[in-house]
Design a protein around this ligand. Structure first.
Ligand SMILES: Nc1ncnc2c1ncn2[C@@H]1O[C@H](COP(=O)(O)OP(=O)(O)OP(=O)(O)O)[C@@H](O)[C@H]1O
Length: 254
């Protein structure tokens, strides 16, 4: 579980996060949604310690990051898996080396054990016999699966995903979302996904937090998001013509 209390973050005179308070549950896919510029990425960066909020507290289970010394912060980093936007694989490393990278950074395992673990996670994301290929030799969807394998190779307790299905076709995007959710459930991970994809909200939004101009304006489940009359939610959800039409049909059918 990750809990945040009254988090404020400014750049110069501009306050970007204006007091965010919420909780992200363990074993669930928690989604941060909102329009471009609403502060999703800034919040994510505060959560992983890349930005320091001027005010407020962030707890990983019962540990506040504000109270951690360098060693404690290093330990916490080992518990975090990160799926970066675009995948961020190293082009000059093959798939095996890419996935092994966090193990080399954070552990002192023997090479054979690391290779075993890499094979385990590659199998989990349904990728086999690609170890010696380079990122440029596999499809975008496969690259995303490699990135997921790399994010979970060190058995993280917390998984952060920044726009995990950007640039993918709808079917592959759904596969990636479902994979993230399945892995979250199997390993009881606290997963936080930043997205503005309504399909992701529908599919994996077990908890959804909506940001608007740096404020948390609504939170609930993906079931609740389609029932609420909250204006901030409806203007975000039904800015898509497809969802507007679904809403009209739903209202007609009562
Ligand atoms: N390092 C920074 N320095 C100054 N301003 C920043 C910095 N990072 C973000 N901002 C500003 O914070 C605001 C929120 O940006 P953020 O990237 O969090 O939006 P977002 O909701 O993630 O948008 P998108 O969906 O387009 O990625 C923007 O106005 C942005 O210009």
């Amino acid at each position: 579980m990750i809990k945040i209390e009254d988090v404020h973050k400014s750049f110069g005179d501009e306050e970007i996060l204006k007091g965010i308070t919420t909780e992200f549950d363990k074993g669930k896919t928690n989604l941060i949604i909102g329009q471009s510029g609403s502060g999703k990425t800034v919040l994510l960066k505060c959560l992983i310690g890349l930005f320091k909020p001027e005010q407020g507290r962030i707890y990983y289970e019962d540990r506040a990051i504000q109270d951690m010394d360098d060693e404690k912060q290093r330990q916490l980093r080992e518990e975090i898996g990160m799926l970066f936007q675009g995948g961020a694989l190293f082009d000059s490393m093959n798939i095996e080396e890419n996935v092994m990278f966090p193990l080399r950074m954070f552990t002192k395992q023997k090479k054979a054990d690391m290779v075993d673990r890499v094979n385990q996670v590659l199998k989990r994301v349904n990728l086999e016999n690609v170890n010696k290929k380079f990122p440029a030799e596999i499809s975008g969807g496969m690259q995303k699966r490699v990135s997921i394998a790399r994010a979970i190779v060190n058995k993280p307790k917390f998984l952060f995903c920044d726009e995990p299905n950007s640039g993918l076709d709808p079917k592959t995007a759904t596969l990636i979302d479902t994979l993230i959710q399945d892995i979250t459930h199997e390993n009881n991970i606290t997963t936080i996904v930043v997205t503005h994809d309504m399909n992701s909200v529908m599919e994996i939004g077990e908890k959804v937090v909506l940001l608007k101009q740096g404020k948390l304006v609504w939170q609930g489940t993906n079931q609740e998001i389609f029932k609420t009359d909250n204006e901030d939610v409806t203007s975000f959800v039904y800015s898509s013509d497809l969802f507007k039409k679904i809403r009209e049909v739903q209202l007609k059918e009562g």
